[in-house]
Ligand binder design. Sequence first.
Ligand SMILES: [Ca+2]
Length: 163
Amino acid sequence: MNTKGKKIIGAAFLAVVMLLVLAFAVPGLIASPSGESGPPGETFIGQAAYCPGISIDIKPGVLPNDINLGSTGTVTVAVLSSATFSASMIDPSTVLFAGAPAVPDSWRMKDVNGDDVPDLVLDFNIRDLAELNENSTEGTLVGQCESGECLWVVGTDSVQIVD
Ligand SMILES: [Ca+2]
């Protein structure tokens, strides 16, 4: 390879490295969950990557959130709306709880915590909860927003694994 060719390849490599550095240096430009299970990220300039302060309620209204991983049933998880966030902005088809997609057409908007604001309620097949094992103490939900000021929601609640 001649010197010119090497220079072109070198310049291209440098450009890629600089783009990567930029992407990591400016959170929000590249909005991808840091978790390993999240869907692939997309770039939206002007939107925050994550909605802050999202609360979820595994087994709404019930504590402890005991889950038998051998069960063939489902577990219900609610994403709570607040004064500044409407869970209706979430695209339910993108939601993953502990690695499981929501049961198709299971989702509904319903107020589960009595604040008169409807929450997003979804069901998940327990056999699909790939991120949970007998040592798990919490479960995390991620989902993508269809609208609003942020791209992703992430929320965590406690779980108690039982036999
Ligand atoms: Ca509510």
